[in-house]
Write a protein that binds this ligand. Structure first.
Ligand code: NIG
Ligand code: FE
Length: 411
């Protein structure tokens, strides 16, 4: 099957030589081709260039994109989108002044979702998550990482991971799965948290590994949650089973999580609201992608991660949705672009790099996704008619995506 997308007003985020990530001042650069064509063969990008250079050839399908732009699909490297029920009651508590931490201490928050996930059937979790996937696809996402973490028991964690496996098998999205056994501390383990860490190490990690259910291992390493010492024990156990770390760090405090991520060669460390010069120094020269979750910072009204300082230090920055019922009930990556520009003062180019190539790196797929390059997987979207690519973050709240292609097929 050979498809031509022709008369593209601007083909965005093209690469002649694909990079795995984009760092520092390079983040402000993004290559495009105006008046372009894009050729798809089977599941892959076969060619692109200027319309005037398009050679005469036969296509099975032609799509006229006059007035429209083409972008590589977003990579959303951090979500918790398998969950049961929503949590708007806590949202009201937050409006009335309770903090995320206070809600968690009262048994709300993550524990609230855990109770509902434990009670939900695997089929129900699967169907609800599939609807969420359909929704994020329509907003331009082409790859997504999904975490467990609302299980809290070995049984419920494995149930969540099996749901993610079914999503992998049946969704056209590229999906990576992460075991987040240590997301919260169950009530019965309060005061003897190390026993829960033992459970993660002795049961959850080996069982997930035995069934091949997890690509990565995550820990909520932060003040009030798991300590650096707890985190180290769990990461070491996960690494033995081939699960590379991707951890939640420095959302509540400068808790040492970032340095811990770097020591264990984590693929990413995520949230990072509390990041200072030492943390930035630790990240320099590492293979760990600093990943910021603007939706959670917006929804919880938190201080913002020092993204400009990171880029000025030469670091790459990725951004993801954190789609989950407690701190970011949206997987809309177009909104993440807008948050990046408004709340973090990123240039549109920086925001696109953060949500495509760099977020692709943060979930281990930037070799095959995250830009328009020959040989990469044909996951991209065609916009509605728009004047400039800057319109994407500018026109916040509106869905600018008109047509989606995943694996070379129109969705
Ligand atoms: O990434 N910070 C920890 N975990 C999630 C929140 C999960 C929840 O509140 O349900 C997050 O924001
Ligand atoms: Fe998260």
């Amino acid at each position: 099957m050979k498809i031509l997308i022709k008369n593209i007003k601007e083909l965005v985020q093209v690469e002649q030589t694909p990079r795995l990530k984009v760092c520092g001042t390079d983040m402000a650069k993004m290559a495009t081709v105006k008046e372009a064509y894009l050729i798809i063969e089977d599941e892959m990008i076969a060619d692109f260039g200027e319309m005037k250079n398009l050679k005469e050839q036969r296509f099975d399908q032609e799509v006229d994109a006059t007035g429209r732009m083409v972008f590589p699909s977003f990579c959303d490297s951090h979500t918790h989108l398998v969950y049961a029920g929503s949590r708007e009651i806590e949202y009201i508590d937050k409006i009335r002044g309770l903090s995320y931490d206070e809600i968690a201490k009262r048994g709300g928050g993550i524990l609230n979702s855990a109770k509902r996930v434990q009670e939900a059937s695997e089929d129900q979790l699967y169907e609800d998550a599939m609807l969420r996937l359909d929704n994020i696809i329509r907003y331009g996402t082409g790859a997504v990482e999904i975490k467990s973490g609302y299980g809290m028991t070995t049984e419920a964690e494995m149930k969540m991971l099996r749901v993610i496996r079914r999503l992998k098998e049946n969704s056209p999205l590229t999906i990576k799965s992460t075991l987040l056994g240590a997301h919260g501390i169950p009530m019965e383990y309060r005061g003897r948290q190390e026993k829960f860490v033992d459970l993660v190490i002795d049961e959850m990690i080996p069982q997930a590994a035995a069934e091949g259910l997890a690509d990565y291992i995550d820990v909520f390493c932060d003040e009030g949650f798991f300590t650096v010492a707890d985190t180290e024990r769990m990461l070491e156990a996960g690494i033995k089973y081939g699960m590379r770390p991707k951890i939640h760090a420095n959302e509540m405090a400068r808790s040492g999580g970032i340095q811990c991520a770097v020591r264990y060669n984590a693929l990413s460390c995520d949230h990072l609201e509390y990041t200072g010069p030492e943390e930035i120094e630790a990240l320099k020269g590492s293979e760990t992608m600093p990943t910021v979750l603007p939706g959670a910072a917006f929804f919880l009204n938190m201080q913002h991660a020092p993204v400009r300082d990171m880029m000025e230090a030469g670091l790459p920055v990725a951004m993801a949705s954190d789609y989950n019922p407690g701190s970011s009930p949206s997987g809309n990556m177009q909104l993440v672009l807008s948050f990046a520009c408004v709340n973090y003062r990123m240039l549109p180019e920086e925001a696109f790099n953060a949500t495509t190539i760099n977020s692709g790196y943060a979930m281990g797929v930037s070799n095959e996704l995250g830009s328009i390059a020959v040989g990469k997987r044909a996951n991209f979207y065609i916009t509605k008619p728009i004047a400039t690519y800057e319109y994407m973050p500018y026109a916040y709240g509106e869905n600018k995506v008109e047509t989606v292609f995943l694996n070379g097929k129109q969705y």
